[in-house]
Structures are given as structure tokens and as C-alpha cells.
Design a protein around this ligand. Sequence first.
Ligand code: NAP
Length: 248
Amino acid sequence: MPLSGKRAIVTGGSQGIGRVIAIQLAKQGAEVIVNCAHNPKNAQAVVDEIIQNGGKASVKICDISDESKVKQLFDSLKPLHILVNNARLDPYFRKPETSDGDWFSQVMDVNVKGAYLCSLAFFDQAKQLKLKDTRIVNIASVRSFTPAEMTMIAYNVSKLAMHGLTRAFAHNGASFGLTANTVCPGMVMTENLTRRLTLEQAKNEEAKIPLGRPATSEEIADAVLFVVKNGYVTGETININGGMYYGP
Ligand SMILES: NC(=O)c1ccc[n+]([C@@H]2O[C@H](COP(=O)([O-])OP(=O)(O)OC[C@H]3O[C@@H](n4cnc5c(N)ncnc54)[C@H](OP(=O)(O)O)[C@@H]3O)[C@@H](O)[C@H]2O)c1
């Protein structure tokens, strides 16, 4: 159990990719905090599944864009060893005619400011408690590198910003063993995508993937586990997208 004795938090861990990351971290022995903001029942279901399989987990409801709540959350969870910044605002796209500045700010508030606030609280705690070998994993997207459709500009920009967060925390945390990395998934048919895309839209998206199928959430969680377990990779990006884009 390579992660036994470690405590991890997965933001947006109540469904989709975050749910599977939480389950896989727990299987490796970590105690997992499953976070979300709006649907506590979903988070509780993930926690129940982890506990039924012999793992340790609990739910923490917190809107990660709320600075004082994030501070309270991290203060209540000392010590934390692993942070996975996975939450994103849903819905994640909007028609161009409704994509005003307010929409852009809402997306940035959750996807970027939320990840920043969690990373900062995590960083400060690791430094203050003199924790060794701590990990930040930022879940970005293949869309952080590809040109955005008009409906997705705010989302793509928010995911590009994750790389800046990764580099900053990798740089500033290196002296005390904190690593930060980005995992960039391609298409994953999570319950959210299944709900939002028509069958035809999903087929069109799949047709763009050289390997011919979407990723599974387990394949994304594998990449997360790799950078969590390997303490010498930092400031890196793992592209896991079926060959959709050959990143730098
Ligand atoms: N699915 C894909 O094809 C794909 C591709 C590339 C990248 N990604 C990235 O992978 C990650 C997971 O994707 P997904 O499809 O699994 O996402 P999802 O199904 O939309 O789940 C989003 C999660 O974030 C939580 N959340 C939303 N607002 C929040 C807030 N203010 N504070 C805390 N939690 C909040 C949601 O729970 P509540 O609503 O209950 O708060 C939910 O648990 C995202 O970062 C996404 O951008 C996904």
C-alpha cells in the first residue's frame, strides 16, 4: 500500500474522472477526502463505495471558489499530502451569444481561482508543518492546447491557466519536496458528457481521436497515480488523449 498514511483531497471527486481518481487513491491506501459543492449525495456515494471496499474516506462540501471556506477546509484537514485539482464549473460551455464577461468570470472563479486557492492553502500547510513529499496534480485538458470553438473559449483558457499554476507551485515547492504536475485528458465519456452531448456529437468527437475511442477515467487516474508516486517528476504535463494532440 504505497500511499498508506497519506491523506488526499480530490476536488470535484463526487462524479466522473474525480470519482475514479478518489477510488484509485483509496485503493493505494490513501485516506481520501471527496469534495464537491452542490451534490453531497454523489460525494457520499463515492465515500460509501470506498469504505465498502476497505478504504478510508469522507465527504467535505466546499465551493472551492470561496476563499474563506477553502481556508477553513484546509485548516480542518491537517495534514494533507496530496491535492488533486479536478473540479470544474458545470455547464462547461455556453453559446456564444450568452458568453459574456460574467460567464468568463464564473468559469475562471471555479476552474482557475478555485485551483489556485486550494494549491495555496495546501502549499502553506505543507511548508508550515514541514511535510515532505507532498503532491499537487492539476487536471487540465487537451483543450488547453487546441484552438477553442466560440462556445468553449472560457473553458479552454481556464485549462491553459492550469499549466501556469503547475509551474509556479513546482518551482516554489521544490525546496521542500512538493511536486506539481498537470494531467491533460482527452475525451472521457463521463456521466456529464453523456448527458450533454447528443449521440451524433459524441460520435463526431470520437472520430477525431487517432486511437479510435475516448479514454476511460481509469486511464486518467493511472496518470495521476504515476505523478503521485514518483517524487522526481515535477512541473510536467502528461498528455493522455489517444493521440489527439502531440503536446510539447
Ligand atoms: N470528461 C472529459 O472528457 C474531460 C476531458 C478533458 C478534461 N477534463 C477535466 O477533467 C476534470 C473532470 O471532468 P469530469 O467530466 O469528470 O467533470 P464533471 O463530471 O463536470 O465533474 C465536475 C466536478 O466538479 C464539482 N464542482 C463543480 N463546481 C464546484 C465548486 N465550485 N467547488 C467544488 N466542486 C465543484 C462537481 O460537483 P458539484 O456539482 O456537486 O459541485 C463535480 O464533482 C475536469 O477538470 C475537466 O475539465 C474532462
